[in-house]
Design a protein around this ligand. Structure first.
Ligand code: HEM
Length: 225
């Protein structure tokens, strides 16, 4: 007998808010850097930082599908998963698959590195009047110049990773006929009734983590000068 499929909430609103906000903010970071709108570049950067603090915390105490311990599998499992990329099979994945988990970790690490190097970067290294991160002048010209270069290199690496990420999502659509985007927009997907629905994290915890991230971002924005 065919098993029934049910509509299940796999991505909570917080993860979706995080994801699509990060997409908009990465675009904003590129545009503001290109146009030298540094005040806005900094504001958006602090928002990215606040969202990352939230996401790292939510990865520890949030909904099942957001938790690192749930979606980070061994590299061997990730490779085994990729071997089946061309196999047509029903999508029974509740959250990130074994390979996607590593992609997520890579994207988060690159975003974190951007925020960290940005705090020490200087628009024109060596010039104290140029727009600069809160700690750029404290660390000295040479280190600030090095970290500014890393900030620029890091953005290019991030673009490569985002390209791979979007290509992977497209590959799942074309090769496996799995629509990963709709659940990341609506939160819901169809799953076999035998698969338990993921437990959702407490909204108060999410609000507390967001407040922590925003507080830290605000404090950082008041440092240096
Ligand atoms: C600036 C560009 C982007 C960045 C930095 C980014 C980053 C991320 C991150 C960090 C996650 C993990 C979400 C979490 O667990 O919190 C994720 C998941 C996801 N992203 Fe993106 N993303 C970007 C663009 C896009 C675009 C344009 C699409 C749509 C075509 C997309 C579709 C998805 C989907 C479907 C997932 C869930 C994958 C799964 O089912 O495991 N992303 N993304």
């Amino acid at each position: 007998m065919n098993e029934a499929w049910l509509k299940v909430k796999v991505w909570d609103g917080w993860v979706r808010l995080f994801h699509w906000s990060i997409v908009l903010l990465v675009i904003a970071q590129y545009v503001t850097a290109e146009l030298s709108l540094m005040a806005w570049h900094f504001r958006c950067g602090y928002l990215v930082l606040a969202l990352l603090v939230f996401r790292l915390g939510w990865g520890l105490v949030g909904s099942d599908t957001a938790r690192f311990a749930r979606f980070l599998k061994s590299p061997l499992e990730a490779l085994a998963h990729l071997k089946h990329l061309t196999r047509r099979e029903p999508d029974t994945e509740v959250g990130h698959n074994a390979a996607g988990g590593w992609m997520v970790l890579g994207l988060l690490a690159l975003l974190l590195a951007q925020v960290a190097t940005g705090l020490f970067a200087n628009e024109e290294p060596g010039e104290s009047y140029a727009a600069h991160g809160p700690f750029a002048l404290q660390v000295g010209d040479a280190l600030s110049a090095g970290l500014t270069e890393l900030h620029e290199l890091g953005f290019n690496l991030l673009l490569v990773a985002i390209g791979l990420h979007v290509a992977a999502v497209l590959a799942y659509a074309v090769l496996k006929r799995h629509d990963l985007v709709r659940p990341m927009v609506t939160g819901f997907k169809q799953l076999p009734a035998s698969i338990p629905a993921p437990r959702l994290g407490h909204p108060l915890l999410a609000v507390a983590l967001l407040a922590l991230g925003l507080g830290l971002a605000w404090w950082l924005s008041t440092q240096g000068g």
